[in-house]
Design a binder for this molecule. Structure first.
Ligand code: PDD
Length: 286
């Protein structure tokens, strides 16, 4: 089960993957990324991740790498690493060029980099008891719907959460609108239905968010996609984060106060169980 890197067509040990210092991802954060996970040797939601990657490249006017080439590279790396529960990090930058804010000339090759490693599972007690979070002011830019590597505000907020002794931070706009977590989307429950931020440039269109929406449609659970503020968050019956690594993770406490009863709530529990069923179906597929 080797941890491996892929760089522009070559597979190698991760420590050997070197990107030139004038890579625009390094100089400007001019790069997009995806993180895809596998369960039991099967990649989960690969095609939706490829859809979002294509969209991110399009929004930044990259001449996009062909989808089939990206898919083949992912599958080849996955086959070589033989890690059943893997996380594949994939990053594509606008390429290497002398530092200049303007885009480099057309034809500058994009840099395509990946790593594959085992996923670090969340401790079981976090799932059983629920996690804690703090709210922080959203300092990010105006295009959080593009999955770029410019994650400094996310890193700062996550660090602030860890230093406060909690699992994550929830971004709230200066006007009080609740957005999402540092690497997850957020749903709240009130009176048996769910509320989540609509798909706007202020949040990432999460793949797991969409899986949860599909589960809710199948289960007859109503989801309102609309703005909600701090006071609705504070009076929610339940809250949970969704993401490729987070999966569906209940929040038991926010800003030191219990969410609802302060335990993992019934809707979060039910939706997490449905997600696990979908993952099980994936594992039993040929
Ligand atoms: N993060 N919101 C943000 C800001 C994210 O960074 C992520 C994912 C999500 C959830 O998206 P998805 O369900 O597609 O994983 C929401 C990845 C996992 C990361 O940064 O590694």
């Amino acid at each position: 089960m080797p941890e491996l890197a892929y760089l522009n067509g070559k597979i190698m040990p991760i420590a050997e993957a070197m990107v030139p210092a004038e890579d625009r991802g390094y100089n400007f954060g001019d790069a997009v990324y995806e993180y895809v996970a596998s369960y039991n040797g099967k990649l989960f939601c690969l095609e939706p991740h490829l859809d979002r990657l294509e969209r991110s490249m399009g929004e930044l006017a990259f001449v996009p790498l062909p989808r089939d080439m990206v898919r083949d590279a992912i599958l080849d790396l996955f086959a070589k690493a033989l890690i059943p529960r893997a996380g594949i990090y994939l990053q594509i930058s606008r390429g290497v060029a002398p530092r200049d804010h303007a885009y480099p000339p057309a034809g500058t090759p994009l840099q395509f980099f990946m790593t594959i490693r085992p996923v670090r599972e969340k401790p079981p007690e976090l799932r059983e008891k629920g996690a804690s979070a703090i709210t922080v002011t959203d300092l990010r830019w105006g295009r959080c719907d593009i999955k770029t590597v410019q994650l400094l505000p996310n890193c700062m907020a996550k660090q602030q959460a860890l230093e406060a002794g909690v699992f994550d931070a929830i971004f709230v706009s200066a006007e009080g609108v609740v957005r999402e977590g540092t690497s997850s989307n957020l749903f709240i429950a009130k009176n048996g239905h769910l509320i989540t931020h609509p798909l706007t440039p202020q949040i990432l269109p999460g793949i797991t968010r969409q899986v949860v929406m599909d589960i809710c449609r199948d289960e007859g659970i109503t989801v309102e996609e609309r703005y909600y503020d701090r006071s609705e968050l504070a009076s929610a019956d339940e809250a949970f984060l969704t993401g490729t690594v987070t999966e569906v993770l209940a929040l038991a406490r926010i800003d030191g106060r219990p969410v609802g009863s302060g335990a993992v709530g019934p809707l979060g529990k039910r939706i997490y169980r449905c997600l696990l069923d979908r993952i099980k179906d994936l594992s039993s597929a040929p």
